[in-house]
Design a protein around this ligand. Structure first.
Ligand code: SF4
Length: 385
């Protein structure tokens, strides 16, 4: 495949709300598929049991909400409505279970509704520790062991230490390749375009991990030889979009508004670990330790550090960015509650920023494009004071 064909393939996966890849994969492997909501679940464990982890990030702007609105009050984000709509319209029937990671009350409530609506399927609310000392470690390890027992029953197979270590190895390689992709985009954002990087990342929610890694490597090898013009864009970091996703048209609009996006936090679960998870005699413990010690900083993960928010300023410096775009889903408590703290840090560090809210099905693209375009112009004209 050439670059355009790779991106077309990813865009087709992105648009396919019926999850035909998942159905084909299940038929070919005579196995099961486990869905998961954003942001993070330990996909290595699902994979070790021979099942396919499938990331669900809502219906975007491709899905008409007919019944989903009836399940939720109006003043919450859009994602749970479209996930319910996908469920009740049968589009997620190919999933044999769904994991609901503890990220906010909305996802907690959604997991309860899922249990009531789809009681014949496996449903787990995956709680994460808030205490990162020994008590949290023991708690999370118990959760992982419990989930493994559930998967044993669901998949009808036992896993060995080697099975788990193999899956850890494959996901480590995938994360390293994603890191290469992000590094390339930061270095040459005119070559690795953001909407392409975005679609490649979304493909990682669906594709089996080795297929995804192969696709990423193909793209990385090919895109460096593309003849693409270098534009007079500013370099920005987008943050706050770790759960409900902006529509693809908005991702394209940001890039076309004069901003090279040199880092972001969308589809964060695919790059949640900051370094390899070690292979060991106790792989579940290694997964737990990695969650507690080597994970990205984000509003969706407990953080009691004194310098909360400094990770963003550090990222601006390490990516040589000129500003930050806060892009959060409307009514997203984790992102919007954290935003003022992050803005304070940026103000203190003299880093310019702009902020907007979106919904996954927003049509207000032009207004946002004008806002980020003006932000880009102001930095070009006056820079950071
Ligand atoms: S978008 Fe925000 S509020 Fe909505 S489910 Fe995700 S984290 Fe929760």
């Amino acid at each position: 495949m050439n670059v355009d064909e790779i991106i077309d393939y990813c865009e087709n996966l992105y648009n396919d709300l019926d999850l035909n890849y998942v159905k084909d994969w299940k038929a070919a492997h005579r196995s099961k598929a486990i869905g998961y909501l954003p942001v993070y679940v330990p996909r290595e464990i699902i994979h070790a049991y021979g099942m396919l982890p499938v990331g669900i990030m809502g219906g975007g702007d491709k899905l008409e909400i007919i019944r989903g609105d009836a399940y939720f009050q109006s003043y919450i984000c859009h994602l749970p409505r479209s996930v319910i709509e996908l469920g009740v319209s049968g589009k997620l029937d190919c999933l044999d279970g769904v994991l609901f990671p503890a990220i906010c009350d909305v996802v907690r409530n959604l997991s309860g509704m899922w249990k009531m609506e789809f009681g014949d399927k496996y449903v787990k609310y995956l709680d994460f520790p808030q205490n990162f000392a020994d008590a949290g470690r023991d708690f999370y390890l118990r959760e992982m062991r419990q989930m493994s027992e559930d998967f044993e029953e669901l998949s009808g197979r036992k896993v060995t230490t080697e099975d788990l270590n193999r899956s850890i190895r494959l996901y480590n390689e995938n994360r390293r390749t994603i890191q290469d992709l992000y590094d390339l985009r930061s270095e040459k954002p005119h070559l690795a375009l953001t909407f392409e990087v975005y679609l490649l990342m979304r493909a990682g929610n669906i594709l089996e991990v080795t297929e995804h890694t192969k696709l990423l490597k193909e793209y990385l090898a090919l895109v460096v030889d593309c003849d693409r013009p270098k534009l007079d864009n500013i370099r920005v970091i987008v943050t706050g979009a770790f759960c409900e996703q902006p529509p693809l048209s908005l991702v394209r609009a940001l890039e076309n508004s004069g901003c090279y996006i040199v880092d972001d936090d969308w589809i964060l679960g695919n790059r949640y670990q900051t370094c390899d998870i070690p292979e060991s005699d106790e792989p579940l413990r290694a997964i737990v330790d990695s969650y507690l010690s080597n994970t990205v900083s984000t509003a969706s993960r407990y953080d009691d550090s004194e310098d909360k928010g400094m990770h963003l300023a550090d990222m601006v410096r390490s990516r040589d960015a000129e500003g930050v775009v806060f892009a959060a889903p409307s009514f997203c408590d984790p992102a919007l509650l954290e935003r003022p703290m992050l803005q304070n840090v940026l103000s203190h560090e003299n880093i310019p920023y702009t902020a907007f809210k979106y919904a996954e099905n927003t049509g207000q693209i032009q207004v946002i494009k004008e806002q980020t375009g003006t932000f880009a112009d102001s930095i070009k004209l006056w820079g950071a004071e």
